[in-house]
Design a protein around this ligand. Sequence first.
Ligand code: F6R
Length: 610
Amino acid sequence: MCGIVGAVAERNVVEILLEGLKRLEYRGYDSAGVALLDQSGELRRVRRIGKVQELADAITAENGLGTTGIAHTRWATHGGVTEANAHPHTSTERIAVVHNGIIENYLDLRQKLSNQGYTFSSDTDTETIAHTVNEVLKTSSSLIEAVQKSVKQFYGAYGTVIMDREDPSRVVVARSGSPLVIGLGLGENFIASDQLALLPVTRRFIFLEEGDVAEVTRRSVSIFDHNGNAVEREIVESSVEHDAGDKAGYRHYMLKEIHEQPTVVRNALQGRLGDDDIASDLFGKDADNILKDVKHVQIIACGTSYHAGMTARYWLEQYANVSCNVEIASEFRYRKSVVHPNSLLVTISQSGETADTLAALRLAKELGYMSTLTICNVPGSSLVRESDLSYMTKAGAEIGVASTKAFTTQLTAFLLLTLTLGRYNGLTEEHKQNMLKGLHSLPAKLEETLTLSANIEMLAEEFADKHHSLFLGRGDQYPIAMEGALKLKEISYIHAEAYASGELKHGPLALIDEEMPVIVVAPNNELLEKLKSNVEEVRARGGIMYVFADKDANFQGDDTMRVINVPHCEPSIAPIIYTLPLQLLSYYVALIKGTDVDQPRNLAKSVTVE
Ligand code: F6R
């Protein structure tokens, strides 16, 4: 989604801003822009529809120069994809603003500001910020005072950076609902919506908290909380290891990230998985004091992370004997729900900034959950800071919009949570030993599974002209079928639906014909025979099937059924293993279709608005 970069320095900041925007490109955007101030007091603004490179070319052509600047990648919410709607927005060529989030009362503000004589040159909600600050500045002694007064008029979510042509020595930033981080340099300071944007210039960050307004100059950062009190916020040394930087020779980030899975899962298990048990402090120092009393788990997430939660429910109930509900964050936050006694609220999120998941966490705290845990990939993110307990998935920066390695490390985390909660709820020794064995074998099994790549690439040819597809799984493979379907639709734009295969005769069987490929995930588990009956139902109706199966499952391939043998594995890790062929399938189908694999249309990486 939208990205923000800002800088106040002695040197020309254009390269810093553009590099920052490039590093945020993965989040998904449709236009980009930069506003620059230099000591001559001139405000220069360049905006372009399309890629950041087009903006960079335009700035080079204009010899863009500035020691203070703000920059933005926009993912359209209010107003179409036009240059006029691209950020930064200005007011009377004095105030320039970039903004992530949505100002929900923008229509009222627009009316009021129009009555005060302001002319709007875009359809955005953001322009109301620029004019409001400009207006309030008339009766304020400084830009920060004007911003502090202005934000009281805004309802909704914002992470915003504001600059005043009359004072190029500073910018003012405000955070409410959309993340902002201040990067500390030597004699220069920076702002961004994501620390990844600033890694080439600093590793020292201050994460602003909800309601903070801050003034950033070359040499100082002054932060005020929502009551206007001066506050100190912790300076954090970034531990982000992976630089978004390069594709390491792969054609797309997504393919690189698929192939990184054995390594990131190995890293995630290091120091956590022992020979005979798992470490006791995986979820925080005093976590066990809390976790020992947990009798129910409520999981909340969106998209792919939700599918990880769906899988976890099977594990938590089957192995750990702990009851579990899973819900999509945007549903949970707007309905009345009942809190079970001794209930742990678990949020899952790659980014840690998903607006609905964050809102659900805040609601859960009001509802009185016993404790909250987040399973997250981004240290310092809002979900991590606002949860009682946290577990870092250690997948490294995930750049491809379609989530891959974040998902498999989330599933790994849930196996560890299952072992932890199982300790206090009657996990059998046999299940425990099998799960430990599975986890020890996991990185190598993932490596082995990736060798299927060439076979799957060939198979993908058969999907290229299809418009619909069906994914089937049973038990803990049902959410994996859902994840496979999500991947295919996201990056190849082929309509894909997932069903628990026992549901076939209750409706979807009507769809089966030779134009509807049916993808089946079939490990050798206790549901195999049931699944085989479902496969026969499809075969009898002329469906073409692609069965990803354990070789001992004895599926016989023929004209109507392609069988791809997946390495045999311990049943508890099968959902993680079977995810990989489905990721590869969607990748190669997208490649043949020529879509923008890493930044599929209309999608954003971090969904910071609801
Ligand atoms: C799909 C995908 C999304 C995200 C969802 C939640 O490939 O990436 O469905 O999983 O937007 O995002 P996080 O995990 O950051 O909360």
